[in-house]
Design a protein. Sequence first.
Length: 218
Amino acid sequence: MDPANSTPGQVDWQADPYWRNRRLSPAQIQVHDVVLAPSRTDTGAILEMKEVLSSSLLPELQNRDRLSNSISFEAATKTRNEQIHLKSLVAEYGWLNGLRGSGVQKSIHDPPELRKCRWIHISSKFPDYLKGCLVGLSDWTQDPAENVAALHSLEHYINQNERFSKHGRFFSPFVEILSTDYGDKRDLDDRPLLLSVPYLDWTVEGQPPPLRFQIGMY
């Protein structure tokens, strides 16, 4: 798919077999970038959340095979079954790695491709998306074995906190760091975090409405 020949907001993702054969494609996600922007009142920089249209992700998605071409599965795990499972996840969700940033915005004068952080919203239709996001959005250039340990922790906490009701599957509220094996090798900000907030109430005035239905998995 050539970005030069694509009209913003009008990309036909199904026209590319690469996306047509995947459970998750850019058409199914919502991306927002949190950036520093100049204040309209000249009082300094402010934080803005800007929507990123899926069509504008095309240049970044030129690196959709970067992870699958660079990851060392043997360095990540010595277990053959785990290597096969990891290869399957990378083949399916590895394109997400192209959405990682190469730097963090420090001031409003930094290059426009930098940002403070990126928010990617993905439907909770399939619980496998959690594993796919962890694999696809992780940095595999440092210590891939640590990412595999985080994947094990993710599976453990899913099994521990998943609940079932007549309305479907859901998580109980919890927060966990996905691996406790980092020691002092990484700052807390670099560790993957699993946060479950299954019930959200955006009410700002008056009494909150009664909870009538349990929300699906997030």
